[in-house]
Design a protein around this ligand. Structure first.
Ligand SMILES: Nc1ncnc2c1ncn2[C@@H]1O[C@H](COP(=O)(O)OP(=O)(O)OP(=O)(O)O)[C@@H](O)[C@H]1O
Ligand SMILES: [Mg+2]
Length: 303
C-alpha cells in the first residue's frame, strides 16, 4: 500500500511538473499552474478509478477466496480425522480381542464365544460406518439418483416401519402411522426411505421401553406442501445441541449412541437428502418428554 501511494504521488507530481514546464515555455505561467493543477486532479481520479480501485477489489476477492479455501480445507481435514478415528476405534477393539484369543483365551469356550460376539458387533459397526459414508458420498455427488419417481408415502413408510418392527417390538415400542394412502411426492424413493428410516430408527433408539413413536404425513392445503413428522416420547435433546445435531459424527451422548451401534452419521444423511428434495427440516424437543422431527417437502403442484 505504501509503495503504491509513493508511485501514485510520483506519477502525479511528474505530470504536474511537465505541464507546468510546457505552460511556462509558452509564456503562460498562471494558466500553466491552473491547467497543471486540474490535470493532476483529473489524473489522480482516473488513476484511482481505473487502476487502484480495481486492484484493491481484486485483492479483496482473492483474500475472500483464500479464506473460503482454508475453511473447506479445514472441514475436509477434520472429516478425514473423524473418519479415521471412527474406523480405528472398532478396529482396535477387534484386534485386541483377536490377540487375546490367539494368546490362549480361545481354549475357554465361554470366553471364546463372548469375544467372538463382541468382534461380530464391532465388525457390523465398521460395515455400517462404511455403508453410511458411501451413502453420504453418493448423495453429495448426486450419484445413483433419479428424482422423477412418484413416491406413495403411506406405502413407503409402511415398508420402512415393517423392516424395523422387530427392533421396536423387542423393546415394547409402538409405532403408529397416520398418512392418507393417496398422499404422494416426487423424488427418489430410495433416498426418501433412507431419510425416513434414519428418523424413525432414532425415534425408536432414543425412546424408553414401552414408549410410542408416531409417524404422520399430511398435505398442507394452503401451500400444497407435504409435511412428514416423526414424534417420540423419548429422552429428548437439550437446546444447546439442536444446532449441531445434523453435523457428521455429532452425538449428544457418545457412549449411549455407540452402545446402540450408532455412527453419528444418520442425521447428516437426513440433512443431505432433505437438501436433495429441497425440503425444510425442523426439530422441536423437550428434555425427558420427547422430540419431533419435521420434514416439509415443497409444493407438489408443479408436478
Ligand atoms: N429422536 C431423538 N431423540 C433424542 N436424541 C436424538 C434423536 N435423534 C437423534 N438424537 C441425537 O442426535 C445424535 C445424532 O443422531 P444421528 O442419527 O446422526 O446419529 P446416531 O443415531 O448416534 O447414529 P446413527 O444414526 O448413525 O446410527 C444422536 O447421537 C442422539 O444423541
Ligand atoms: Mg441415528
Amino acid at each position: 500500500m505504501k509503495t503504491k501511494f509513493i508511485l501514485f504521488s510520483i506519477v502525479i507530481a511528474g505530470v504536474n511538473y511537465l505541464i507546468f514546464l510546457l505552460a511556462g515555455y509558452f509564456g503562460h505561467p498562471f494558466y500553466g499552474m491552473l491547467i497543471s493543477g486540474m490535470a493532476s486532479l483529473l489524473l489522480a481520479i482516473l488513476l484511482y478509478r481505473w487502476i487502484i480501485r480495481p486492484i484493491e477489489d481484486l485483492k479483496t476477492q482473492l483474500e475472500e477466496a483464500d479464506e473460503e479455501n482454508t475453511k473447506s480445507e479445514k472441514i475436509r481435514s477434520e472429516f478425514v480425522a473423524n473418519v479415521s478415528h471412527e474406523l480405528k476405534t472398532p478396529l482396535t477393539s477387534i484386534q485386541g480381542f483377536l490377540e487375546t484369543l490367539q494368546e490362549g483365551a480361545a481354549e475357554n469356550p465361554e470366553i471364546r464365544n463372548k469375544f467372538l460376539d463382541i468382534m461380530a458387533i464391532e465388525t457390523a459397526r465398521l460395515k455400517r460406518l462404511i455403508e453410511d459414508l458411501l451413502i453420504l458420498s453418493d448423495i453429495e455427488n448426486r450419484r445413483n439418483v433419479s428424482m422423477e419417481q412418484q413416491i406413495v408415502i403411506h406405502q413407503s413408510l409402511q415398508e420402512i416401519i415393517s423392516s424395523i418392527m422387530p427392533i421396536a417390538q423387542a423393546r415394547g415400542i409402538d409405532v403408529i402411522l397416520t398418512v392418507d394412502t393417496s398422499l404422494k411426492i416426487q423424488g427418489s424413493e430410495d433416498r426418501f426411505k433412507q431419510m425416513m428410516l434414519n428418523l424413525i430408527e432414532n425415534a425408536i433408539k432414543y425412546s424408553r421401553d414401552g414408549g410410542k413413536v408416531r409417524v404422520s404425513g399430511e398435505l398442507i392445503p394452503e401451500t400444497d406442501k407435504v409435511l412428514i413428522q416423526v414424534r417420540d416420547q423419548g429422552i429428548g435433546i437439550s437446546s444447546e445441541h439442536i444446532d449441531r445435531l445434523f453435523e457428521r459424527f455429532y452425538r449428544v451422548d457418545k457412549s449411549r449412541s455407540s452402545k446402540a451401534g450408532g455412527t453419528g452419521l444418520g442425521l447428516s444423511i437426513v440433512k443431505h437428502i432433505a437438501n436433495l428434495f429441497e425440503a425444510e427440516l425442523k426439530v422441536e424437543s423437550q428434555m425427558n418428554e420427547g422430540s419431533v422431527f419435521s420434514v416439509l417437502f415443497p409444493s407438489q403442484k408443479r408436478n
